[in-house]
Design a protein around this ligand. Structure first.
Ligand code: C5P
Length: 232
């Protein structure tokens, strides 16, 4: 699986990567890794990190006892570039491993390191759908009223059938490699956009809205509250 972690976290407003912020006594990205590394179906974790953060991640990874090996690659200036760099590493692993020759299709799950609260039941469902169809993502139905600005004011967007894209986004390796080969470098805020531009349909799997992306400092307080509630 691929975990882009090379962002600067400008909107979070801290000097260092927001992924090093402490949530319930542990760094944010470690919570995220913990959700995946002991699942029997995750074979490798590839973290895309910035040059600046590489040594910090390397030291801390050495202390994690993970069933799935964790590798680091150098991320890029955009999320897509970071995922592209990790995908190059995943392609190599797949080519080297026996799995590439077996009848089980290799899936690549891409999950933002900044989403530490994804549920195991959601992972089970999105992995199963991707195994069946080759491309599936978690998505949460839009609950508010959607507006779009117009030249002189606003208009309301019909929210029926609208979803907010979450991660993981999970693809058969050939599907995601083809999408990145075709569109690498083109602006995309998620990976499914690139797959949608090929002819391969992407299935939406309804996921919990708890799976929030930590973007602003207040998101950390919400995440803390969700973790506390899960314990009670
Ligand atoms: O900035 P944002 O939180 O939306 O980024 C989503 C995820 O992509 C984060 O985990 C972030 O670290 C990662 N990212 C990346 N490389 C970038 C920008 C963001 O790996 N250049």
């Amino acid at each position: 699986m691929i975990m882009p972690a090379a962002g600067s976290g400008q909107r979070f407003g801290s000097q260092s990567n927001k992924l090093f912020a402490i949530l319930d006594g542990k760094q944010l990205w470690q919570h995220t890794v913990d959700r995946f590394h002991n699942r029997g179906d995750v074979r490798q974790i590839v973290l895309a990190v910035s040059e600046e953060d590489e040594s910090t991640f390397r030291e801390q990874i050495a202390a994690i006892s993970s069933a799935a090996p964790i590798h680091l690659v150098r991320g890029g200036a955009t999320r897509s570039e970071s995922v592209g760099a990790a995908l190059d590493a995943v392609k190599k692993f797949a080519a080297e491993s026996a799995v590439a020759n077996s009848s089980t299709p290799t899936l690549v799950a891409i999950h933002d390191a900044a989403r530490p609260l994804v549920r195991q039941s959601d992972l089970d469902r999105v992995f199963a759908k991707a195994a069946e169809t080759g491309a599936a993502i978690l998505a949460a139905p839009v609950s508010g009223t959607l507006k779009r600005t117009t030249g002189n004011g606003s208009e309301t967007v019909d929210r029926r059938n609208t979803f907010v894209a979450l991660t993981p986004q999970v693809f058969a390796i050939d599907v995601i490699c083809q999408a990145y080969a075709r569109d690498r470098g083109r602006m995309a805020t998620d990976d499914a956009q690139l797959v949608e531009r090929t002819s391969h349909p992407v299935q939406l799997v309804p996921g919990s809205a708890d799976n929030l992306k930590i973007t602003f400092p207040e998101d950390l307080r919400i995440a803390e509250a969700i973790l506390n509630e899960c314990r009670s």
